[in-house]
Design a protein around this ligand. Structure first.
Ligand code: SF4
Length: 287
């Protein structure tokens, strides 16, 4: 059953008490009374990694520079839109770079895994080029109005599955469409397949957000800043198709059933193991 959503704080100034019994199960298993897209996505990448992070709460031995860098760019772009939401003057490049650098502060520099051709200085220079490209791109201007930046969203999507909780990077609306935006960094321009394959999180968020502006069309949008020598800013906008939401919900339900049943196993792959922060714990795992 698809249920109504609770959106905070756009729709409701105060968080009502949860009535979803699955939230209690989630709390018992993970200490959190909800499930996030990041948790679902981690489980789908590697169920054992999910267990280490969300059930066992193990700290990671290392963090990839790509993750820290992406968080920094994300923080900077959000600051740009936050100023529009608050009616403040737009931050300049230096202010955005300050926000970008803040993402590195919580991490022990020795625990950051850099790629073979990267250094902190080369990534800082890349960030400056990417944010310059962003500021001069049409994507830096909002069509319509900003409704929220890093907006908390939470709601029950499927009976028997905990509430989905997340933060929408950017929520905007114009005369006839509500737009749910996810900010991404990419190695290069995104193909149509990549947009399609990455769309599930936004589909679910847009489903939860649909109560904000009843009657309006809902669109999902990826704002992609490429990490290329000459950075490009791309926008990929899609109207939400109900059939795709249904398929994504079915996948979320299967993931939750597996978590509830403690179906945890390693899923080694060159892509995910190289940057995994649980390599020692994984080697020590014996079932
Ligand atoms: S090292 Fe690979 S298989 Fe092991 S937990 Fe990490 S991602 Fe999973």
């Amino acid at each position: 059953m698809i249920a109504g959503a609770e959106l905070l704080p756009v729709l409701t100034p105060e968080k009502p008490a949860s009535t979803n019994p699955a939230n209690e199960i989630a709390k018992r298993l993970t200490g959190r009374d909800y499930i996030s897209w990041s948790a679902i996505s981690t489980f789908r990448t590697c169920p054992l990694k999910y267990k280490f992070r969300y059930i066992d709460g193990l700290p990671e031995e290392s963090v990839s520079s790509a993750l820290v860098f992406g968080t920094g760019i994300h923080t900077a772009v959000e600051q740009h839109f936050q100023a529009q939401l608050s009616g403040d003057p737009k931050p300049d490049l230096d202010a955005l770079l300050f926000a970008y650098r803040s993402a590195w502060l919580p991490h022990d520099p020795d625990a950051i895994q850099f790629g073979s051709t990267e250094t902190r200085a080369s990534l800082d220079a890349l960030a400056a080029r990417m944010l310059t490209a962003f500021l001069s791109s049409p994507a830096a201007s909002v069509r319509g109005q900003v409704l929220g930046v890093e907006e908390e969203i939470r709601g029950m999507l499927i009976e028997g599955v905990p509430d989905l909780y997340g933060r929408v990077d950017l929520l905007t609306e114009d005369a006839d469409t509500l737009v749910v935006t996810d900010i991404k960094t990419g190695r290069g321009k995104w193909s149509a397949e990549q947009v399609e394959d990455s769309g599930e999180q936004l589909l679910l968020y847009s489903h939860l957000a649909s109560e904000i502006s009843p009657g309006k069309k809902i669109a999902t949008r990826f704002l992609v800043l490429t990490k290329t020598k000459e950075p490009v800013v791309e926008e990929h906008v899609r109207e939400v198709e109900p059939g795709n939401v249904k398929r994504t919900l079915a996948g979320v339900e299967r993931v939750w059933r597996a978590i509830e049943s403690s179906v945890f196993y390693p899923a080694p792959s060159t892509m995910s193991c190289a940057s995994c922060g649980y390599r020692s714990a994984c080697r020590a795992w014996a079932g």
